[in-house]
Design a binder for this molecule. Sequence first.
Ligand SMILES: NC(=O)c1ccc[n+]([C@@H]2O[C@H](COP(=O)([O-])OP(=O)(O)OC[C@H]3O[C@@H](n4cnc5c(N)ncnc54)[C@H](OP(=O)(O)O)[C@@H]3O)[C@@H](O)[C@H]2O)c1
Length: 340
Amino acid sequence: MGYKIAVVGATGNVGREILNILAERQFPVDEIAALASRKSLGTEVTFGETTLTIKDLATFDFSGWDIALFAVGSTATKEYAPKAAKAGCVVIDNSSLYRYDPDVPLIVPEVNADAITGYSKKNIIANPNCSTAQMVVALKPLHDRARIKRVVVSTYQSVSGAGKDGMDELWDQTKSIYNPTDDKPAQKFTKQIAFNVIPHIDVFMEDGSTKEEWKMVAETKKIVDPKIKVTATCVRVPVFVGHSEAVNIEFEDFLDEDEARDILREAPGVMVIDKREDGGYVTPIECVGDFATFISRIRQDSTIENGLNLWCVSDNLRKGAALNAVQIAEVLGTRCLKKG
Ligand SMILES: NC(=O)c1ccc[n+]([C@@H]2O[C@H](COP(=O)([O-])OP(=O)(O)OC[C@H]3O[C@@H](n4cnc5c(N)ncnc54)[C@H](OP(=O)(O)O)[C@@H]3O)[C@@H](O)[C@H]2O)c1
């Protein structure tokens, strides 16, 4: 016996990837519904070998459905997730709406799967921000060994993190640079993204940081340890898929770079590619379609007592969103909603 699964936002970047990953990982599905807005009614999306026709989220009845994987923005989530949860369907939400709610667990299964039991308070589980998810998979095993005090992270985030409109803007603008009669001014992003980088993701906060940077701070504390201090600079780069991060970590105890490499090699969800030679590291293009978070360039930071630097790359539509959501559904299935 399998589950009745609804994928909400199934025409979007994350929703389509959720369908792919459910099929790839052979999630036990009895019935599946692909939902989006009314304008997508009749659009077809694929689930393994099957073609699904989009249904309207606004009129969908979640009664009798086991799990809804939500991949729509916060506005639509706010309207429909409580309806699904109230109908008895457990919501796994990709938006930021519920991430900081103390009654909603924020889960990265490799790090804090045990927190999933808290889902029953609201029937909702939150999926973290893409840049946080890949970073905490690498931080957790190092924290367990040497206690992390502080993290300084700079991100290089792909345009797919801004949805399908973000990908279209990079594509159209890149073409328009070579054909100046077809000018494509910035719309989704605040400045030209083609052949450029933009140090601004999400809205500005009062202290001058951006909401994306704040999310990395708050989510790392909620998922790994509230004592860890994080400071982040989040940057959008003209890459279609795959987020990269330069991470500087300060520990309480000394941790040798070779031991850190060994710890990360054993860590769930992590793949270490770290040869000190030309090309002996991972770049975003190489991580696309993969499940792992790739770690390269592990090295001591000799400017502080107990410090390490590393380079962290992952497919933001997978570990940063769809894969993590499906992994949560797997944990939910095996621990809480047993079937058969
Ligand atoms: N992309 C990432 O790396 C990433 C990572 C973590 C979290 N997230 C979060 O995941 C969510 C989805 O992101 P995305 O990148 O997949 O966005 P996207 O490509 O723009 O897709 C948005 C999806 O939401 C649907 N939708 C929007 N408003 C709706 C409404 N009122 N009713 C029903 N469906 C509606 C759209 O359906 P139509 O096609 O019918 O408009 C589409 O399927 C967002 O909350 C985002 O913040 C994204």
